[in-house]
Each structure stands twice: as C-alpha cells, then as structure tokens.
Design a protein around this ligand. Structure first.
Ligand SMILES: Cc1cc2nc3c(=O)[nH]c(=O)nc-3n(C[C@H](O)[C@H](O)[C@H](O)COP(=O)(O)OP(=O)(O)OC[C@H]3O[C@@H](n4cnc5c(N)ncnc54)[C@H](O)[C@@H]3O)c2cc1C
Length: 368
C-alpha cells in the first residue's frame, strides 16, 4: 500500500518536473511540497517526536519510489534521515525534541556535514575545529559537498575537539542556518542529481551553546560512522529506484520502436538485455531490503550489509541505466528521453556516503 501510494504521488506530482529540474539545475520545490503535504519528506522520524514513525524498510520504499521518478527529489527524504540520524542515535532528549518536531512537520530540513575539501574518503582527516569557550563552542572550518546546503535549516557538523586523538577527538554538533557565521558556497555544477543543491558550508567563528553537542565529546566520528551504516541503505534504495525507472522506461520503448519490420522487443538480443537488467535489479532489491531489516533490528552484521547493499545496488544502477540508454539507441543519448538523465544520476550513488572502493574496505574489515 505504501509503495502504491508513493508511486502514484511521484508519478502525478514529481515525475512531471524531473526533466525541468535537471535541465534548469533547480531545487525540486514541487517535490518538497508534495512530499510534505503527504507526510513523506522525513518518514523515519519516530512518532514520539511528532513523526510518521516509518521503519527502515518503509523509509527505503519511499526513497526508492521517489527516485524512480526523480533522483534529485529522493534526496529530500534520504538526506533528512542522514542529517538527523546522528541526533536520533546519540543526541540528548532535549536535542531530539527541539529538532525533530520542525523536521517532522516539514518546517525544516536537515543536512549532514562530514566531508571537507581535503578530507573525503579519509573523513577523520578533517580540519574543522570546535573550541570550548565557557558554556559555548566556537566552530571554524569549511565543509564541502553538502547536500541540500542552503535549503536546510539544520546541519549536523562533525568537528575536531581534540586534534591529538584523531577520530576519537571528533565531536558532532547541531548548527542552524541562522547561527551567526554560517554561510554557503556557490552551488556545484554537477553531472547529475542537478536538482539537489550541493554547496560548501562555511563556519566562521560560529558560537553555539554547549548543549548543541550531539552525545559526549569525542564520540562524533563514531556517531557519523554509525549513521552511515543505516543510511547507506537509503542510497541503495535511491540506486534501486533509478534503475527501476530506467528499466520501466526501456521496457515500454522497445515495444513501440520498430526496426526490420517488427518491434525491437521481438529480438532475443534485446530481450536478454532486459532480462539481465531485471535480474540485477531484483538481486539489488533483495539485498537492500534485507539490509533495511537489519538496520531496523540493529543486527551485528549491519556494517557489512549496509556497505554491500549500497555498493551492489549502485553498481547495478550504473549498469542498468547505461543499458537503458543502449536500448533506446540514438534517442537514448538525447535529453528528449529520460534515460540519459537516469544514467547521469546513477553515477553519484557509486560515489557518495563513501565511494564503492571505500565500501569494499568496510566490507573487507567486517567480513561475515
Ligand atoms: C553530489 C555530492 C553530494 C554529496 N553530499 C555529501 C553530504 O551531504 N555530506 C557529506 O559529508 N559529504 C557529501 N559528499 C561527499 C562524498 O561523500 C565524497 O565525495 C566521497 O566520500 C569521496 O570523497 P572525495 O570526493 O574527497 O574523494 P577522494 O577521497 O579524494 O577519493 C578519490 C578516489 O580515490 C579512491 N580512494 C580513496 N581512498 C582510497 C583507498 N583507501 N583505497 C582505494 N581507493 C581509495 C576513491 O574511491 C576515489 O575513487 C557528497 C559528494 C557529492 C559529489
């Protein structure tokens, strides 16, 4: 029922704008409005904080179905979870109450600030600093590649509080867009997910009350990594949705397109491509849903499974969208058809929340 509801909404209110959002590289406001109106913008927020209380599998299905229509728009529910999960996993009751209610209502979005210009795969090498000053912390530094920066009201920011301790000297904070000293860089000009703003976040002597620290001092990096264990599954869901969207479009196209006097769907070479695409998608789906169940239960092997789902589903999305372009021939290569957008959008799922090389490092360190 949830899938049907999200699919109908996505087809009616999100898909019609997907091409324009990409072409104009603009924020998908129509999608945000539709998701908020239907309480689908941050479904993971527990009921006790005013949210819909969706479990990890339901959250995955929402993201998958939105991504099937528009990958950029699927970053609204996905990054709302990514940004706010550190607070839900490690934050004080006061922080949860304060920040989850506006998120659940749709009055505010949440971003996640881990990466920096010189600290990507090696996120613990970050330079952003937080220095204690009485009952405040003062933050200085640059966060890079921040999804929904400028649009979000709230930012989970990881910063160094004790440089001698490397990853154990990193703490997490909630920073608000309106805090003095917060500003944003120009939107990045990207290959895909062009509707999702990606900007630098500048922290220039940002002074915040000490109770905005998420969890204990020195636990920020552990919280950041624990968050990714759960949210990599949402990237797998995004990849899955993009791939399904491309397969569905290609399936319709090959029945219509005629060459050699018959629909190209009649050729076994075309049928085998579609069969492989569907097979890979289904394998990715099962891995992703199993990982979502593990996320919900907090199983011990979640780290491996989350990395495996993200890595596998994103590689499938890249293969399937590339094959969809192939099935449309020259038409697939043009912006008159949606599959080239899907191919460009798929690429990011192999890169963010840890590249697929990093996922393999994570899996190798956590072999079942
Ligand atoms: C559109 C977009 C949105 C993003 N959104 C966010 C966000 O909201 N919040 C956030 O914090 N970050 C975000 N990111 C950052 C993203 O997570 C990083 O780009 C990613 O982790 C890779 O870091 P990097 O770009 O510095 O690449 P690098 O770490 O410099 O990697 C370059 C290459 O080297 C490889 N490599 C690096 N180390 C190793 C190794 N040990 N073994 C093998 N290969 C290795 C990588 O796999 C990659 O192929 C976003 C990025 C993009 C492009």
């Amino acid at each position: 029922m949830l899938r049907d509801a999200v699919r109908s909404l996505a087809e009616a209110k999100i898909a019609p704008y997907a091409a324009a959002v990409d072409e104009e590289a603009r924020f998908p406001q129509e999608a945000l409005d539709a998701l908020v109106a239907n309480d689908l913008h941050a479904v993971h927020v527990p009921e006790e904080y005013g949210g819909a209380g969706a479990d990890a599998l339901a959250t995955v299905i929402v993201i998958e179905e939105v991504a099937r229509a528009c990958a950029s728009s699927s970053l609204i529910p996905a990054v709302n979870k990514l940004g706010s999960l550190p607070v839900l996993l490690s934050g004080s009751e006061e922080l949860k109450k304060k920040y989850m209610a506006p998120l659940a209502k749709g009055d505010a979005m949440f971003s996640y600030c881990l990466s920096e210009p010189d600290a990507g795969s090696d996120a613990a090498g970050m330079k952003t600093k937080a220095v204690r000053d009485g009952d405040h912390w003062v933050l200085n530094g640059v966060k890079r590649w921040i999804t929904n920066a400028g649009v979000s009201e709230y930012y989970t920011v990881m910063a160094v509080t004790d440089p001698a301790k490397r990853s154990k000297g990193i703490s997490a904070f909630v920073v608000e867009k309106s805090d003095e000293g917060v500003s944003f860089g120009a939107p990045e000009k990207k290959l895909g997910i062009k509707g999702s703003p990606t900007r630098e976040v500048y922290l220039d002597n940002v002074r915040i009350p000490a109770d905005r620290m998420i969890g204990e001092e020195g636990t920020g990096f552990a919280t950041a990594m624990r968050t990714l264990d759960h949210t990599r599954i949402t990237i797998a869901a995004q990849a899955l949705g993009i791939a399904q969207g491309a397969l569905d479009y290609a399936k319709g196209y090959v029945r219509e397109r005629k060459q050699f006097g018959k629909p190209i769907a009649d050729f076994q070479g075309v049928q085998f491509m579609l069969a492989d695409m569907a097979m890979k998608i289904e394998a990715a789906r099962q891995l992703t849903y199993a990982a979502a169940a593990k996320s919900e239960r907090g199983d011990a092997d979640l780290t491996f499974q989350g990395a495996a789902a993200k890595c596998f589903a994103s590689d499938v999305a890249m293969e399937v969208t590339t094959d969809a372009v192939q099935l449309l021939g020259g038409y697939g290569y043009t912006r008159d058809y949606p599959v080239e957008r899907m191919m460009r959008d798929a690429k990011i799922t192999q890169i963010y929340e840890g590249t697929n090389q990093v996922q393999r490092i994570v899996m190798a360190r956590n072999l079942p």
